[in-house]
Design a protein around this ligand. Structure first.
Ligand code: P6P
Length: 340
C-alpha cells in the first residue's frame, strides 16, 4: 500500500523542538520560541540565497563589515533578515553579528537569550555558486530581563552555550543543531517549507574516518615552522593504508565543516605572521563549530592545544586559531606540539 512508501510520521524541526520542550523540566517555552525563530531565519535566508542570481543580488554592496571584509549584497540582506527575525521573537535580548561592529540590543523586556551569528559565512564564494552557510551560537542571559543586555552576556566561556547550529545552503539546505545532548541533522523540504529530521544522532565516523586535511595552503609562507612540518607530514604515506592525506578546501567554513562532520578529517585555520589568531571569529564560528564537533564525538583546539570551548572572548569579534575534526587528527596535532 502507498502508506508503506510514504513516511506519514515525519519529524519536523517544530515537532522536534516541542518534544525537547516536553522532556525539559519546568520549560517556559522561551527556548522553543528562539529555536523556531532561528529555523524561520534559515528558511528565509535559504530562499534569498537561492534567488540571488535571479534578482541580481550577487556582487559587492560597496561597504565593509566590522572586521574589514567587503560586504556582498547577500551579507547585508542575510544580516537584516537575522536582525528582524530575532527582534520579532521578543525573546532574544541581544544579537552579535559578524556584519555589525556593535552589539545589537532589542527593545524587549522579556528577552532571556543572546544570539551570536555569522549570517552568510563564506560569502566571498557566493558569485561562483559555491555553498555558503549561517552559523549561530546561543547563550541564555543570566542578568535580569529588565536590565538592558550588555557584552558581558556573551563574553563568556564556550561551555555557557545552550545551543549551536549551522545552516548549509548547498544542493539542499541542511541544518545541523546541538542542544548539548548530541547533534541532529535536518534537511529543508521546500515544498513543505519545513526542516525535516533526516540524520538523527549525527556522529563523526569512528572506524576509518577519511584521511582529509582542509587548510588554505596559500598561507604557508606566513605559517610557523611547526605548522608547515605538520602538514608536510600528512602528505607522506602513513597509517594502516600507507596512504597520504587528501586535501579538500572549499573556503566556506560551513561547507568544509559539514564534510568534516560527515566524512571525518581535519579542518584548520592556524595563526600566522599575518594574523596571530588566524581569521575565524570565536563567538560565531569557533564556539558553535567546536560545540557541534564535540557533541558529534570530535575535538576542537587552538594553536596552543587549548580546548576552544574553554576560551573566553574579551571582545565580541575576537578571532581564534582552530584545529577541528576527528579526534584521530586533532590528537595528531596535539602530539605534534607536545600536548599529548
Ligand atoms: P581564507 C569565509 O570568509 C571564512 O570566514 C570561512 O567561511 C572560511 O573557512 C575562511 O574564511 C576562508 O578564509 O583566508 O582561506 O579565504
Amino acid at each position: 500500500p502507498l502508506a508503506d512508501k510514504i513516511d506519514t510520521n515525519i519529524i519536523s524541526l517544530s515537532r522536534f523542538i516541542i518534544e525537547k520542550q516536553k522532556q525539559a523540566k519546568n520549560a517556559t517555552g522561551d527556548y522553543s520560541l528562539v529555536l523556531n525563530a532561528l529555523g524561520f531565519a534559515f528558511k528565509f535566508i535559504a530562499h534569498t540565497v537561492r534567488r540571488a542570481e535571479l534578482i541580481h543580488l550577487t556582487g559587492l554592496f560597496g561597504t565593509s563589515n566590522a572586521t574589514g571584509d567587503q560586504q556582498k549584497k547577500l551579507d547585508v540582506l542575510g544580516d537584516e533578515i537575522f536582525i528582524n527575525t530575532m527582534a520579532s521573537s521578543n525573546i532574544v535580548k541581544i544579537l552579535v553579528s559578524e556584519e555589525q561592529e556593535e552589539l545589537i540590543r532589542f527593545e524587549t523586556t522579556e528577552g532571556t537569550y543572546a544570539v551570536c551569528c555569522d549570517p552568510i559565512d563564506g560569502s566571498s564564494n557566493i558569485d561562483a555558486g559555491v555553498s555558503v552557510g549561517t552559523i549561530v551560537s546561543l547563550f541564555k542571559i543570566t542578568s535580569p530581563p529588565s536590565e538592558p543586555g550588555c557584552e558581558q552576556d556573551v563574553l563568556r566561556s564556550g561551555h555557557d552555550m545552550v545551543a549551536a547550529c549551522y545552516a548549509l545552503y548547498g544542493a539542499s539546505t541542511h541544518l545541523l543543531l546541538t542542544l548539548g545532548d548530541g547533534v541532529n541533522g535536518f534537511t529543508l523540504d521546500t515544498n513543505l517549507g519545513e526542516f525535516i529530521l533526516t540524520e538523527p544522532d549525527v556522529r563523526l565516523p569512528t572506524d576509518h574516518p577519511k584521511k582529509i586535511y582542509s587548510v588554505n595552503e596559500g598561507n604557508t609562507c606566513y605559517w610557523d615552522e611547526s605548522v608547515k612540518t605538520f602538514f608536510d607530514a600528512l602528505k607522506q604515506p602513513q597509517d594502516e593504508d600507507n596512504e597520504p592525506y587528501s586535501a579538500r578546501y572549499v573556503g566556506s567554513m560551513v561547507a568544509d565543516m559539514h564534510r568534516t562532520v560527515l566524512y571525518g578529517g581535519l579542518y584548520a585555520y592556524p595563526g600566522s605572521s599575518k594574523s596571530r589568531n588566524g581569521k575565524l571569529r570565536l563567538l560565531y564560528e569557533g564556539f558553535p563549530m567546536a560545540f557541534l564537533i564535540e557533541q558529534a564525538g570530535g575535538k576542537a583546539v587552538n594553536d596552543k592545544g587549548e580546548r576552544i570551548l574553554d576560551l573566553v572572548p574579551t571582545k565580541i569579534h575576537d578571532k581564534t586559531s582552530i584545529w577541528i575534526g576527528s579526534s584521530r587528527d586533532v590528537d595528531k596535532y596535539l602530539k605534534h606540539i607536545g600536548k599529548l
